[in-house]
Ligand binder design. Structure first.
Ligand code: SF4
Ligand code: SF4
Ligand code: SF4
Length: 347
Protein backbone atom coordinates (compact mmCIF):
# COMPACT_ATOMS: atom_id res chain seq x y z
CA UNK A 1 0.00 0.00 0.00
CA UNK A 2 1.31 3.46 -0.83
CA UNK A 3 1.80 5.93 2.02
CA UNK A 4 0.41 9.47 2.18
CA UNK A 5 3.85 10.92 1.42
CA UNK A 6 4.34 8.59 -1.58
CA UNK A 7 0.99 9.73 -2.99
CA UNK A 8 2.00 13.38 -2.46
CA UNK A 9 5.34 12.72 -4.20
CA UNK A 10 3.57 11.22 -7.25
CA UNK A 11 1.11 14.09 -7.58
CA UNK A 12 3.82 16.67 -6.98
CA UNK A 13 5.93 15.27 -9.81
CA UNK A 14 2.95 15.24 -12.17
CA UNK A 15 1.94 18.82 -11.38
CA UNK A 16 5.51 20.14 -11.56
CA UNK A 17 6.04 18.33 -14.90
CA UNK A 18 2.81 19.82 -16.27
CA UNK A 19 3.82 23.33 -15.21
CA UNK A 20 7.26 23.05 -16.81
CA UNK A 21 6.03 21.33 -19.99
CA UNK A 22 3.33 23.94 -20.56
CA UNK A 23 5.84 26.74 -19.97
CA UNK A 24 3.76 28.18 -17.11
CA UNK A 25 6.87 28.20 -14.93
CA UNK A 26 10.58 28.42 -15.70
CA UNK A 27 11.60 26.47 -12.59
CA UNK A 28 10.00 24.44 -9.83
CA UNK A 29 11.29 24.43 -6.23
CA UNK A 30 10.83 21.29 -4.16
CA UNK A 31 12.97 18.65 -2.47
CA UNK A 32 15.15 15.75 -3.43
CA UNK A 33 17.01 13.22 -1.28
CA UNK A 34 20.22 14.40 0.33
CA UNK A 35 23.38 12.36 0.70
CA UNK A 36 22.45 10.99 4.14
CA UNK A 37 19.33 9.36 5.55
CA UNK A 38 16.85 11.84 7.07
CA UNK A 39 18.36 14.74 5.11
CA UNK A 40 16.37 16.24 2.26
CA UNK A 41 17.82 18.98 0.13
CA UNK A 42 15.97 21.81 -1.58
CA UNK A 43 15.99 21.18 -5.33
CA UNK A 44 15.17 23.34 -8.35
CA UNK A 45 13.79 21.41 -11.36
CA UNK A 46 14.28 23.33 -14.59
CA UNK A 47 13.18 20.66 -17.08
CA UNK A 48 10.18 18.28 -17.11
CA UNK A 49 12.58 15.31 -16.80
CA UNK A 50 14.12 16.72 -13.61
CA UNK A 51 10.74 16.60 -11.85
CA UNK A 52 11.27 12.82 -11.44
CA UNK A 53 13.81 13.72 -8.75
CA UNK A 54 11.23 15.54 -6.62
CA UNK A 55 10.34 13.80 -3.36
CA UNK A 56 8.17 14.51 -0.35
CA UNK A 57 8.61 13.04 3.11
CA UNK A 58 8.79 13.98 6.79
CA UNK A 59 12.33 15.33 6.51
CA UNK A 60 11.49 18.28 4.23
CA UNK A 61 12.33 20.74 6.99
CA UNK A 62 14.01 23.72 5.33
CA UNK A 63 11.59 26.47 4.39
CA UNK A 64 11.41 26.72 0.58
CA UNK A 65 10.29 30.36 0.70
CA UNK A 66 13.92 31.13 1.54
CA UNK A 67 14.98 30.39 -2.05
CA UNK A 68 12.36 32.46 -3.86
CA UNK A 69 13.75 36.02 -3.89
CA UNK A 70 17.12 35.01 -5.40
CA UNK A 71 15.59 32.47 -7.81
CA UNK A 72 13.03 34.95 -9.15
CA UNK A 73 15.76 37.56 -9.55
CA UNK A 74 17.99 35.11 -11.42
CA UNK A 75 15.22 34.56 -13.99
CA UNK A 76 14.92 38.26 -14.85
CA UNK A 77 16.76 39.63 -17.88
CA UNK A 78 20.09 41.23 -16.88
CA UNK A 79 19.84 44.96 -16.16
CA UNK A 80 22.43 47.63 -15.49
CA UNK A 81 21.74 50.41 -12.95
CA UNK A 82 19.45 52.97 -14.59
CA UNK A 83 18.04 50.54 -17.18
CA UNK A 84 14.22 50.65 -17.45
CA UNK A 85 12.27 47.76 -15.92
CA UNK A 86 11.79 44.83 -18.32
CA UNK A 87 8.64 44.91 -20.43
CA UNK A 88 6.02 42.17 -20.29
CA UNK A 89 5.46 39.47 -17.71
CA UNK A 90 8.52 38.00 -16.00
CA UNK A 91 9.12 34.22 -15.73
CA UNK A 92 7.27 32.41 -12.96
CA UNK A 93 8.43 29.87 -10.41
CA UNK A 94 6.47 26.90 -9.08
CA UNK A 95 6.91 26.05 -5.42
CA UNK A 96 5.53 23.70 -2.77
CA UNK A 97 4.03 25.31 0.32
CA UNK A 98 2.76 23.98 3.63
CA UNK A 99 1.00 26.26 6.14
CA UNK A 100 4.02 28.09 7.57
CA UNK A 101 5.95 28.31 4.29
CA UNK A 102 2.93 29.88 2.57
CA UNK A 103 2.72 32.40 5.40
CA UNK A 104 6.38 33.28 4.88
CA UNK A 105 5.55 33.82 1.21
CA UNK A 106 2.79 36.22 2.28
CA UNK A 107 5.33 38.13 4.40
CA UNK A 108 7.78 38.19 1.46
CA UNK A 109 5.04 39.55 -0.80
CA UNK A 110 4.11 42.19 1.79
CA UNK A 111 7.78 43.16 2.10
CA UNK A 112 8.16 43.35 -1.71
CA UNK A 113 10.69 40.53 -1.90
CA UNK A 114 8.58 38.36 -4.21
CA UNK A 115 5.60 39.07 -6.42
CA UNK A 116 2.48 36.92 -6.02
CA UNK A 117 1.84 36.89 -9.78
CA UNK A 118 5.23 35.26 -10.36
CA UNK A 119 4.48 32.28 -8.11
CA UNK A 120 2.53 29.11 -8.84
CA UNK A 121 2.02 27.61 -5.39
CA UNK A 122 1.27 23.93 -4.89
CA UNK A 123 -0.27 23.69 -1.44
CA UNK A 124 0.08 20.77 0.95
CA UNK A 125 -1.65 20.65 4.31
CA UNK A 126 1.14 19.73 6.68
CA UNK A 127 1.25 16.55 8.78
CA UNK A 128 4.25 17.95 10.62
CA UNK A 129 7.89 17.21 9.96
CA UNK A 130 10.24 14.94 11.87
CA UNK A 131 13.26 16.16 13.85
CA UNK A 132 16.23 14.00 12.84
CA UNK A 133 18.06 14.99 16.02
CA UNK A 134 15.22 13.46 18.07
CA UNK A 135 15.42 10.26 15.98
CA UNK A 136 19.17 10.06 16.53
CA UNK A 137 18.65 10.63 20.26
CA UNK A 138 16.15 7.74 20.44
CA UNK A 139 18.55 5.31 18.73
CA UNK A 140 21.44 6.34 20.98
CA UNK A 141 23.21 8.23 18.18
CA UNK A 142 23.93 4.95 16.40
CA UNK A 143 24.88 4.92 12.71
CA UNK A 144 21.69 5.12 10.66
CA UNK A 145 21.87 3.81 7.10
CA UNK A 146 18.17 3.90 6.16
CA UNK A 147 14.83 5.14 7.39
CA UNK A 148 11.61 3.80 5.92
CA UNK A 149 8.55 5.86 6.57
CA UNK A 150 5.02 4.67 7.10
CA UNK A 151 2.08 7.00 7.76
CA UNK A 152 2.52 6.81 11.53
CA UNK A 153 5.94 5.30 12.15
CA UNK A 154 9.57 5.21 11.05
CA UNK A 155 11.66 2.08 10.67
CA UNK A 156 15.25 3.07 11.42
CA UNK A 157 18.05 0.70 10.36
CA UNK A 158 21.83 0.64 10.73
CA UNK A 159 24.60 -1.82 11.63
CA UNK A 160 23.07 -3.87 14.46
CA UNK A 161 20.09 -1.53 14.58
CA UNK A 162 16.45 -2.00 13.63
CA UNK A 163 14.05 0.16 15.56
CA UNK A 164 10.50 1.25 14.91
CA UNK A 165 9.67 4.74 16.16
CA UNK A 166 6.28 6.40 16.52
CA UNK A 167 6.31 9.39 14.18
CA UNK A 168 4.60 11.67 16.69
CA UNK A 169 7.35 10.97 19.29
CA UNK A 170 9.94 12.60 17.03
CA UNK A 171 7.91 15.40 15.51
CA UNK A 172 9.65 18.80 15.48
CA UNK A 173 8.78 21.08 18.42
CA UNK A 174 7.33 23.76 16.14
CA UNK A 175 5.16 21.22 14.28
CA UNK A 176 3.88 19.77 17.57
CA UNK A 177 2.48 23.16 18.52
CA UNK A 178 1.38 24.30 15.04
CA UNK A 179 -2.27 25.35 14.72
CA UNK A 180 -2.20 26.48 11.08
CA UNK A 181 -1.26 23.41 8.96
CA UNK A 182 -3.07 24.65 5.82
CA UNK A 183 -1.48 26.90 3.22
CA UNK A 184 -3.05 30.37 3.30
CA UNK A 185 -2.31 31.07 -0.39
CA UNK A 186 -2.06 28.45 -3.15
CA UNK A 187 -2.96 27.86 -6.78
CA UNK A 188 -3.40 24.06 -6.60
CA UNK A 189 -3.81 21.82 -3.58
CA UNK A 190 -2.49 18.28 -3.19
CA UNK A 191 -4.96 16.59 -0.85
CA UNK A 192 -7.54 18.39 1.25
CA UNK A 193 -7.31 21.33 3.60
CA UNK A 194 -7.32 20.10 7.20
CA UNK A 195 -8.54 23.23 9.01
CA UNK A 196 -7.11 24.82 12.12
CA UNK A 197 -5.82 22.54 14.89
CA UNK A 198 -7.20 23.14 18.37
CA UNK A 199 -4.32 23.08 20.78
CA UNK A 200 -4.37 24.04 24.47
CA UNK A 201 -0.62 24.22 24.95
CA UNK A 202 0.47 26.13 21.94
CA UNK A 203 3.00 28.28 23.80
CA UNK A 204 4.01 25.71 26.44
CA UNK A 205 7.77 25.95 25.75
CA UNK A 206 7.63 29.73 26.09
CA UNK A 207 5.41 29.73 29.17
CA UNK A 208 7.77 27.41 31.00
CA UNK A 209 10.52 29.99 30.58
CA UNK A 210 8.27 32.98 31.25
CA UNK A 211 7.43 31.42 34.62
CA UNK A 212 11.08 31.34 35.70
CA UNK A 213 12.75 34.10 37.70
CA UNK A 214 14.83 36.66 35.79
CA UNK A 215 18.03 34.96 36.95
CA UNK A 216 16.81 31.50 35.90
CA UNK A 217 15.72 32.84 32.52
CA UNK A 218 19.15 34.38 31.95
CA UNK A 219 20.80 31.11 32.93
CA UNK A 220 18.51 29.21 30.52
CA UNK A 221 19.37 31.62 27.70
CA UNK A 222 23.13 31.66 28.27
CA UNK A 223 23.30 27.89 28.63
CA UNK A 224 21.14 27.34 25.51
CA UNK A 225 23.41 29.46 23.32
CA UNK A 226 26.64 28.33 25.02
CA UNK A 227 27.57 25.89 22.23
CA UNK A 228 26.77 28.31 19.37
CA UNK A 229 29.64 28.35 16.86
CA UNK A 230 28.31 31.44 15.00
CA UNK A 231 28.02 29.50 11.75
CA UNK A 232 24.84 31.48 10.90
CA UNK A 233 23.07 28.44 9.45
CA UNK A 234 19.99 29.56 11.43
CA UNK A 235 20.06 32.98 9.77
CA UNK A 236 20.78 31.55 6.33
CA UNK A 237 17.86 29.09 6.55
CA UNK A 238 15.37 31.81 7.47
CA UNK A 239 13.21 33.32 4.70
CA UNK A 240 13.02 36.56 6.70
CA UNK A 241 16.78 37.11 6.69
CA UNK A 242 17.32 38.54 3.24
CA UNK A 243 19.23 41.70 4.18
CA UNK A 244 21.99 42.38 1.60
CA UNK A 245 24.37 42.91 4.54
CA UNK A 246 23.41 41.38 7.84
CA UNK A 247 24.28 43.35 10.97
CA UNK A 248 26.67 40.55 11.99
CA UNK A 249 28.67 40.91 8.77
CA UNK A 250 28.89 44.68 8.81
CA UNK A 251 32.29 46.04 9.75
CA UNK A 252 31.63 49.76 9.32
CA UNK A 253 30.16 50.14 11.87
CA UNK A 254 30.77 46.82 13.56
CA UNK A 255 27.57 46.27 15.52
CA UNK A 256 28.72 43.05 17.18
CA UNK A 257 32.00 41.19 17.60
CA UNK A 258 32.56 38.24 15.29
CA UNK A 259 33.95 35.80 17.83
CA UNK A 260 32.19 33.28 20.04
CA UNK A 261 32.58 35.52 23.08
CA UNK A 262 29.41 34.89 25.09
CA UNK A 263 28.35 38.53 25.00
CA UNK A 264 28.69 38.72 21.18
CA UNK A 265 26.81 35.48 20.74
CA UNK A 266 24.04 36.72 23.02
CA UNK A 267 23.75 39.98 21.08
CA UNK A 268 23.54 38.06 17.80
CA UNK A 269 20.66 35.90 19.05
CA UNK A 270 18.74 38.73 20.69
CA UNK A 271 18.99 41.07 17.70
CA UNK A 272 18.18 38.36 15.15
CA UNK A 273 15.10 37.36 17.14
CA UNK A 274 13.89 40.96 17.33
CA UNK A 275 14.39 41.38 13.59
CA UNK A 276 11.90 38.55 13.15
CA UNK A 277 9.27 39.97 15.54
CA UNK A 278 5.84 40.05 13.95
CA UNK A 279 7.26 38.33 10.85
CA UNK A 280 8.23 34.86 12.08
CA UNK A 281 5.82 32.02 11.25
CA UNK A 282 7.48 29.46 13.54
CA UNK A 283 8.47 27.34 10.53
CA UNK A 284 11.39 25.86 12.51
CA UNK A 285 13.81 26.08 9.59
CA UNK A 286 16.39 27.94 11.74
CA UNK A 287 16.34 25.28 14.43
CA UNK A 288 16.44 22.39 11.95
CA UNK A 289 19.51 23.93 10.29
CA UNK A 290 21.52 24.33 13.51
CA UNK A 291 24.37 21.81 13.72
CA UNK A 292 24.61 22.31 17.49
CA UNK A 293 21.00 21.57 18.42
CA UNK A 294 20.37 25.06 19.83
CA UNK A 295 16.68 25.85 20.35
CA UNK A 296 16.86 29.48 19.25
CA UNK A 297 13.31 29.17 17.88
CA UNK A 298 11.96 29.60 21.41
CA UNK A 299 13.10 33.23 21.26
CA UNK A 300 11.09 33.98 18.14
CA UNK A 301 8.17 31.95 19.52
CA UNK A 302 8.13 34.24 22.56
CA UNK A 303 7.94 37.26 20.26
CA UNK A 304 5.20 35.56 18.24
CA UNK A 305 3.23 35.13 21.49
CA UNK A 306 3.79 38.76 22.50
CA UNK A 307 2.73 40.08 19.10
CA UNK A 308 -0.40 37.93 19.20
CA UNK A 309 -1.30 39.13 22.69
CA UNK A 310 -0.50 42.79 22.06
CA UNK A 311 -1.62 43.26 18.47
CA UNK A 312 -3.95 40.30 17.91
CA UNK A 313 -2.19 39.25 14.71
CA UNK A 314 0.07 36.50 13.44
CA UNK A 315 2.51 36.86 10.59
CA UNK A 316 1.39 36.01 7.09
CA UNK A 317 -2.16 34.89 7.83
CA UNK A 318 -3.54 37.09 5.06
CA UNK A 319 -2.21 39.35 2.32
CA UNK A 320 -4.62 42.03 3.57
CA UNK A 321 -3.37 42.12 7.17
CA UNK A 322 -0.42 44.51 7.42
CA UNK A 323 2.63 43.42 9.39
CA UNK A 324 2.21 44.77 12.95
CA UNK A 325 5.62 46.42 13.20
CA UNK A 326 5.44 48.16 9.85
CA UNK A 327 2.17 49.99 10.57
CA UNK A 328 1.14 52.55 13.13
CA UNK A 329 -2.33 53.46 14.38
CA UNK A 330 -3.11 56.12 16.95
CA UNK A 331 -5.07 53.61 19.00
CA UNK A 332 -2.34 50.93 18.96
CA UNK A 333 -2.03 49.36 22.41
CA UNK A 334 0.99 50.87 24.10
CA UNK A 335 0.27 50.57 27.81
CA UNK A 336 2.79 47.73 27.98
CA UNK A 337 5.60 50.08 27.01
CA UNK A 338 5.25 51.79 30.40
CA UNK A 339 3.84 49.05 32.59
CA UNK A 340 6.52 46.48 31.79
CA UNK A 341 9.17 48.78 33.21
CA UNK A 342 7.07 49.89 36.19
CA UNK A 343 5.53 46.68 37.40
CA UNK A 344 8.89 45.14 38.40
CA UNK A 345 10.11 41.68 37.67
CA UNK A 346 10.00 38.44 39.61
CA UNK A 347 13.24 38.00 41.46
S1 SF4 B 1 19.63 38.86 11.38
FE1 SF4 B 1 18.66 40.81 10.96
S2 SF4 B 1 20.21 41.96 9.76
FE2 SF4 B 1 20.76 39.78 9.71
S3 SF4 B 1 19.81 39.03 7.80
FE3 SF4 B 1 18.41 38.59 9.51
S4 SF4 B 1 17.02 40.35 9.51
FE4 SF4 B 1 18.82 40.94 8.33
S1 SF4 C 1 13.02 32.82 12.60
FE1 SF4 C 1 13.11 30.57 12.34
S2 SF4 C 1 11.01 29.91 12.73
FE2 SF4 C 1 10.90 32.11 12.31
S3 SF4 C 1 10.51 32.28 10.09
FE3 SF4 C 1 12.75 32.35 10.42
S4 SF4 C 1 13.44 30.23 10.13
FE4 SF4 C 1 11.20 30.18 10.49
S1 SF4 D 1 22.92 27.63 13.44
FE1 SF4 D 1 23.25 27.14 15.59
S2 SF4 D 1 25.48 27.20 15.86
FE2 SF4 D 1 25.03 28.22 13.93
S3 SF4 D 1 24.83 30.43 14.49
FE3 SF4 D 1 22.78 29.55 14.58
S4 SF4 D 1 22.50 28.94 16.71
FE4 SF4 D 1 24.70 29.23 16.39
Amino acid sequence: MTTANERITQELRQRARQLLESGQVAAFVGYTSGSMPMVMQPFVARTPEETDRLEWNSFCVLNLANYLPALLKSLEPPRRPGDPPPEGPLPKVGVVATGCWSRNMVVQIQENQVQRERLVIIGISSRGMVDRKKVLGLVGHADVTSVKEDDNSLLVKGPGLEQEINRWDVIRDNCACCVHPDPVIFDHMIGDLKGERKLGERFKQVEEIENMSVQARWEWFTSEIDSCIRCYACRNACPLCYCPTCFVDDSRPQWVGKSIEPVDTAIFHIIRAYHCAGRCTDCGSCESACPMGIRMRILTKKLQKDVLELYGTEAGMSLDTPLPLSTYKLDDPQDFVLTESLKGEKK
